[in-house]
Design a protein around this ligand. Structure first.
Ligand code: ADP
Ligand code: TRP
Length: 329
């Protein structure tokens, strides 16, 4: 069975884009692959979160992933910093990662541009730590967004370089997971682009009914079509894209027909859209609250996940160290 692995940054709350664009696919994968899902808390340290917020960020993401349907018995769910083997592999990979190639990554250049006051070495070697996350479990497939493809390329490069240098087939080359037709892009409700944390246009799994309605009712539209079958402006098309994701096909058909014969009332469309979003998210919100109060459950999830992850990681590290030439006295 192939191994799938994904790391999740421990910042903020999950929005509809994360849920429909990533998580729903992860949930399906759990039955078909040997899955590892972990919270990349070490990676989040590059931006120096306040110690008082650090743990609660991890807990929030863990709780929201579990509430959305990640199953701790099917997958290994763990926190990066609980698996010291990752850090050990990170040190070893740093020895074969070159400064020039790390400096050339788009994400590093963007960080320099945006935060010239905090160009730390952790930022430069961010892709090496990510390669360690992936290679320590000898993952074959990594579901990542477009922004992470270059990092995955570095993981492949380091895997190849290690295998060649030590003349050992320790690491497979991890490939991006291709969701094909299952890949959806969730648009924002502000007229253009995608829904995202940094875009500040998110509808969160954690939002209550009232705020979801409020956010949807505020969505950008236009004055409405004046000619039958006219082309939709992007903002209106985005509403329909969301409707297709959350509503029944008859509902989509109804509003499409209303748009095409110019009888559409955006207020009705938005009410329906908000209600259908709530149908998906409110049960998850209830679970988030329930799980968030159950520290014993969270502890048991992490215990089980850490055990699975460390067993897999230490098996790899033993081979790695043998290849590098470590011997015990
Ligand atoms: P954020 O926008 O919250 O920073 P991330 O970039 O951390 O999201 O992405 C986490 C996962 O969610 C990735 O797999 C990414 O492809 C997916 N994702 C994020 N936003 C969207 C979206 N609007 N539509 C589809 N998938 C998304
Ligand atoms: N860098 C990823 C992001 O920003 C998170 C991440 C860390 C990751 N380690 C990983 C993703 C390993 C996939 C595999 O979203």
């Amino acid at each position: 069975m192939e191994t799938v692995l994904s790391g999740i940054r421990s910042t903020g709350h999950l929005h509809l884009g994360n849920y429909f664009g990533a998580l729903k696919n992860y949930i399906k994968m759990q039955d078909e692959y040997n899955c590892f899902f972990f919270i990349a808390d070490l990676h989040s340290l590059t931006t120096h979160p306040h110690p008082d917020d650090f743990h609660s960020g991890v807990k929030t993401i863990l709780t929201e992933y579990l509430a959305s349907g990640l199953d701790p018995h099917k997958s290994a769910i763990f926190v990066q910093s609980d698996v010291p083997e990752i850090v050990e592999l990170y040190v070893l990979l740093n020895m074969i990662a070159y400064k020039g190639e790390l400096e050339r990554t788009a994400s590093f250049k963007e960080k320099i541009r945006k935060h010239p006051e905090n160009v730390n070495a952790g930022l430069l070697t961010y892709p090496v730590l990510m390669a360690a996350d992936i290679l320590i479990h000898r993952a074959n497939k990594v579901p990542v967004g477009k922004d992470q493809e270059q990092h995955l390329e570095i993981a492949r490069l380091l895997a190849r370089r290690f295998n060649n240098m030590y003349n050992a087939e320790v690491f497979p080359e991890p490939q991006a997971f291709n969701f094909g037709k299952d890949l959806v892009k969730v648009p924002g409700l502000d007229g253009s682009g995608k829904m995202g944390k940094s875009e500040g246009n998110g509808i969160y799994l954690f939002d209550d009914e009232k705020s979801i309605h409020k956010k949807v009712m505020k969505a950008v539209t236009d004055a409405g079509p004046t000619e039958p079958d006219s082309k939709m402006p992007e903002a209106v098309e985005n509403l329909f894209t969301l409707l297709k994701i959350v509503s029944e096909p008859e509902v989509v058909q109804h509003f499409t027909a209303a748009y095409n014969n110019c009888s559409i009332r955006y207020g009705d469309l938005k009410k329906q859209l908000a209600a259908d979003i709530c149908r998906h998210t409110l049960p998850i919100k209830a679970k988030i609250e329930e799980i968030g109060r159950d520290d014993a459950f969270l502890r048991s999830v992490i215990k089980e996940g850490t055990e699975k992850a460390r067993a897999s990681a230490s098996a790899t590290l033993t081979e790695v160290k043998r290849a590098v030439g470590f011997r015990s006295f």
